[in-house]
Design a binder for this molecule. Structure first.
Ligand SMILES: *Cc1c(COP(=O)(O)O)cnc(C)c1O
Length: 368
């Protein structure tokens, strides 16, 4: 059987090093605010290429803390609007609501499934204060165009890079930037199944803005500016030493993992040929956290693949505006988003797959 993603297999190549790293933490007697988290912060900001990195508890907290920090810094206030892609994972939107801001949904591009500058423009109102582009499925959004709109309307930009560790953008001036380093801040998740996953929950905020980094750090640690001095009503959103130690082991291999995913995706794009299936379009760069195909007979395709021993997933079956949590938004007319939710199927695309397995997926899909 071809699993969608088997985390035991994902972590098998690092087993010895992970055990050593974890033993090191146990032996150190130091479990929070230690050398592992400090070194991880340096390693990750070096990889993403930002001036600051604040390690935090998970991806949702990373997103939310940035928005809350902007409120504390006086740049926005509760009730202000944040533009989000309507087809994202619920966490991007929960972050906005949790920060007492108002999510405003923009339809994604019908080929890349990503938020576009044009979609942002249509959603702007006098209350808009920020844009939250999501590099969904691992593909970098058209950030230069989105940043231009942000400058025009004086909006903050928070990148949700929870699915795009290491994806890049070739800028018009010839430079190359990593996703999560292009907007005012980037939020990462290291949930175990992400391209770079911890052995539990973890996340990070990356930014070049010193006051934002300091405020996020303080909010994440009880709002303390130093021990027992609390300048904000903060929270506890810290990354622990165990997760940092595991991430440091796995970071060395991230570029290889991404290259392997890209090679598989390239074969899918070249070799899957079936009139009933629409392949994704990649206009920038993708690290293929998810390889999404669209098919009007999606459920039949999923059953057929399961029967052939190929496991798949759906990202995501119910769009946020059709969730009970956002019932006040259920009347929104979002046809592209609804079509993606009805037709999307994620086929296996990860570094654990052999070439023969990739070939089997292609052959089986072409016979559907
Ligand atoms: C995984 C994910 C998150 C949330 O990350 P957690 O670490 O699970 O809180 C946010 N946004 C997107 C797009 C994600 O895929």
């Amino acid at each position: 059987m071809i699993q969608y993603l088997d985390l035991k297999q994902v972590n098998a190549p690092y087993e010895e090093k992970l055990k050593q790293a974890l033993t090191g933490v146990v032996d150190s007697g130091w479990y929070l605010f230690g050398q592992e988290v400090e070194q991880w912060s340096r390693d990750w900001k070096f990889y993403v290429n930002t001036r600051y990195c604040v390690p935090v508890s998970n991806g949702l907290d990373a997103l939310r803390l940035v928005l809350e920090a902007w409120i504390e810094l006086g740049l926005m206030k509760p009730g202000d609007e944040v533009i989000v892609p309507a087809n994202t994972y619920i966490a991007s939107i929960l972050a906005v609501s949790d920060a007492r801001l108002t999510p405003v949904f923009a339809e994604p591009d019908s080929e890349t499934y990503l938020l576009t500058a044009e979609g942002v423009r249509k959603a702007i109102t006098p209350k808009t204060k920020a844009i939250l582009p999501v590099h969904l499925y691992g593909q970098t959004c058209e950030m230069e165009e989105i940043m231009a709109v942000a400058r025009e309307y004086n909006l903050k930009v928070l990148e949700d890079a929870a699915q795009s560790h290491g994806s890049v953008l070739k800028m018009k001036d010839g430079s190359v930037r990593k996703s999560g380093s292009i907007g005012d801040a980037g939020a990462f998740s290291f949930y175990p199944s992400k391209n770079l996953g911890a052995l539990g929950d973890a996340g990070a905020v990356c930014t070049d803005d010193e006051s934002l980094a300091v405020t996020v750090q303080q909010l994440a640690n009880y709002g303390a500016s130093r021990k027992y001095v609390h300048i904000f009503k903060g929270e506890n959103c810290r990354m622990d030493e165990m997760q940092a130690a595991c991430l440091r082991v796995k970071l060395d291999d991230l570029d290889r993992v991404n290259r392997r995913r890209k090679a598989i995706a390239e074969r899918y794009l070249r070799e899957i040929k079936n009139d009933r299936i629409t392949l994704p379009v990649c206009r920038t760069d993708s690290v293929w956290h998810i390889f999404p195909v669209l098919c009007p007979q999606r459920d039949a395709l999923q059953d057929y693949l399961r029967g052939e021993g190929i496991m798949t997933q759906i990202h995501y079956p119910i769009p946020p505006h059709r969730q009970g949590a956002y019932r006040e938004l259920q009347e929104l007319h979002l046809p592209v988003t609804v079509k993606i939710a009805h037709e999307e199927l994620s086929i296996p695309c990860n570094q654990c797959m052999s070439e023969a397995e990739v070939t089997k997926v292609i052959e089986v899909i072409n016979r559907f």
